[in-house]
Design a protein around this ligand. Structure first.
Ligand SMILES: Cc1ncc(COP(=O)(O)O)c(C=O)c1O
Length: 388
């Protein structure tokens, strides 16, 4: 069996040292940020890695989106632009504050926001844009920042899936917009041993508000000037991620190398499978290695992507589908008022994406086995799907 991801491999090298740290932690009982010195040490290392002035640990990636939006004053009547193809957390934080997500279609190759579509979609009540660096792949931040600055909009980068990725000029994602929002969900590039998240910003006053929000609205002198949240980062997580952060660049290079091997092995397959491009830099760190399996659109015909997934499972290869449904057709977000058919490129992607196993330390043999199963499936089914 080849699992979709392998979390054990991600901590094998430091687990013994971490357990020693835990022993000390349980002696000190220094369990919770924001007061914990150990959490502060991890935040400082993270800020330095990202090239940002502030890194603020929070309880999850969802809160890492919610608190900046709240600090920006997003509320009833405000609109926030994002792509419809992604995880619901990006939209649900806007709704939770009383705002409304404004969905736009995606680029068929990168699955990310298309700046020209963003520009065309901006309604008057728009306050912010959330570019999601989906699957580890960098959005066109120069174009998005230019639009945002011209229209006076804030930019909250959703870096949940792209921790450590960088723009072409080397700037780390999360350091380019007004805020970066990171998830440390265990399967992410920098995964915790549970839930955790981080907010990056260079803005002192926003950082001060968020610092208060994550601790019930408490300011440094102990007063409560705002109603806040309980969203503190646990020391248990911070200590674990401190080790992972030290190994992060190496782990990301491993992910990119795996993608490069997949690309070589899948280069000869027919046009029904479209593997992602592998850049020479860190503009994609492949938190997800996602291929497209081109479907026939005739009604009643089995979805080729689903058939391939079932076949890979029979061959002992676990895969995943992110995302089977766009946000605009998700029942919880139907009030936004975009019926099926509104965003054809994203809807097609939802029918065709398939993420193959990719983790740091995955062996060449394992990748060859996955690729061989993809090739075998296509050879067994020469007439299914869309050939171009
Ligand atoms: C793009 C994106 N945004 C936000 C989140 C939310 O992060 P968390 O699960 O840590 O709350 C995720 C998590 O899967 C995500 O993939």
């Amino acid at each position: 069996m080849i699992p979709y991801c392998n979390l054990q491999a991600s901590h094998d090298s430091f687990l013994e040292d971490y357990f020693k740290d835990l022993k000390q932690l349980f002696a000190d009982c220094d369990f919770i940020g924001a007061g914990s010195k150990k959490v502060a040490a991890f935040e400082a290392e993270f800020a330095e890695y990202m090239g940002c002035k502030h890194a603020l640990g929070v309880a999850s990636g969802t809160d890492a989106l919610l608190l900046p939006l709240h600090a920006l004053g997003i509320g009833p009547g405000d609109e926030v632009i994002m792509s419809t193809f992604g995880f619901i957390a990006t939209a649900d934080v806007v709704v939770r504050l009383g705002g409304k997500p404004v969905f736009v279609d995606i680029d068929p190759i990168t699955f990310n926001l298309v700046p020209s579509l963003v520009e065309a979609a901006i309604p008057p009540a728009t306050k912010a844009i959330i570019p999601v660096h989906l699957f580890g792949q960098t959005c066109d931040m120069d174009a998005i920042m230019a639009i945002a600055r011209e229209r006076n909009l804030f930019v909250v980068e959703d870096v949940a899936q792209a921790c450590g990725s960088a723009a072409c000029d080397g700037r780390k994602l999360g350091s380019i917009g007004d805020f970066g929002a990171f998830s440390f969900y265990p399967t992410k590039n920098l995964g915790a041993a549970g839930d955790a998240g981080m907010i990056t910003t260079n803005n002192d006053s926003h950082a001060a508000i968020i610092r208060a929000y994550r601790d019930h609205g408490r300011t440094a002198d102990g007063t409560f000037e705002r109603i806040g949240y309980n969203s503190r980062l646990d020391t248990i997580q911070a200590l674990y991620m401190q080790y992972k952060l030290r190994d992060l660049d190496e782990a990301l290079l491993d992910r990119v190398e795996n993608a490069r091997l997949y690309a070589r092995l899948l280069a000869q397959v027919d046009s029904r499978v479209v593997p992602p491009a592998v850049p020479d830099d860190m503009t994609n760190t492949f938190n997800y290695y996602t291929i497209r399996v081109k479907c026939a659109s005739e009604p009643g015909q089995a979805n080729l992507r689903d058939s391939m997934q079932a076949f890979l499972k029979e061959r002992g290869v676990q895969t995943a589908i992110y995302y089977r449904q766009c946000m605009h057709v998700t029942p919880a977000l139907s009030f936004v008022g975009c019926p099926a058919g509104s965003f054809p490129v994203a809807e097609k992607a939802a029918d065709e994406v398939l993420s193959l196993p990719n983790w740091p330390g995955m062996s060449k043999h394992q990748i060859e086995k996955v690729a061989a199963a993809v090739v075998e499936f296509l050879e067994n089914n020469p007439s299914l799907g869309v050939h171009h």
